[in-house]
Design a protein around this ligand. Structure first.
Ligand code: SF4
Length: 205
């Protein structure tokens, strides 16, 4: 067995390596969660189209181009464990244009962790982020190249599907990871620097 291959007798070692890598990449934390604890809700995915998100239909990582809650539930049946990822962000940043930079960082972190996981032997690792890649990476282009012409993604090493379109309950994911589940602190006025978070997910094995 090479040093980069997960030890099946102690898979936590491999996961711990990924968690350390994610933390070094700029996340506040990462944690192993059971795939069985990932909650998927049809109503959450419905918010993408009612009221319609401005990113609806504009990238392959958003509805209606993703398999949605039903597809994600099917996908989950093939997994036992996942990594939850959290980036802590001042609430005022989440409500400002700089939000895009933080969401882009989230995509970068989970995409990097996915690649690293595959390299460690988690062949089916799949990463999900928050925020639409069209808005984050291709906002200066009229259209997504994949959807417009069947071409290749302009940012395959960065863009990952958004959890929203699959109905993943991110607050529940946070709780499953042992973290606070509230997204925006209701006691933190927008103009101050109360903290919130954004989250990502890597299905591991
Ligand atoms: S080209 Fe890639 S990054 Fe750009 S919108 Fe399409 S899928 Fe997203």
């Amino acid at each position: 067995m090479t040093p980069s291959t997960p030890d099946p007798k102690n898979p936590e070692n491999a996961a711990a390596g990924l968690i350390a890598r994610i933390r070094r990449s700029g996340a506040a934390d990462a944690a192993l969660v059971s795939a069985a604890d990932i909650c998927v809700e049809d109503d959450l995915a419905r918010h993408c189209r009612e009221p319609r998100c401005e990113n609806y239909g504009r990238s392959p990582g958003c509805p209606p181009h993703v398999s949605g809650p039903a597809g994600f539930r099917r996908l989950l049946k093939g997994y036992h464990r996942a990594l939850a990822v959290r980036i802590d962000v001042p609430t005022r940043i989440l409500l400002a244009p700089e939000r895009r930079d933080v969401l882009a960082l989230l995509h970068d972190i989970v995409a990097d962790a996915e690649r690293a996981a595959v390299g460690m032997g988690f062949a089916n690792a799949r990463a999900f982020a928050g925020g639409a890649c069209k808005r984050l990476f291709c906002r200066d282009h009229a259209e997504c190249r994949v959807l417009a012409s069947g071409g290749t993604c302009r940012h395959p090493d960065r863009a990952r599907p958004s959890m929203s379109g699959f109905g993943i309950n991110v607050s529940q994911l946070m709780k499953a990871a042992g973290w606070q589940g509230e997204y925006l602190d209701p006691n933190a006025p927008a103009e101050n620097s109360g903290m919130s978070w954004i989250a990502g997910l890597i299905l591991l094995d």
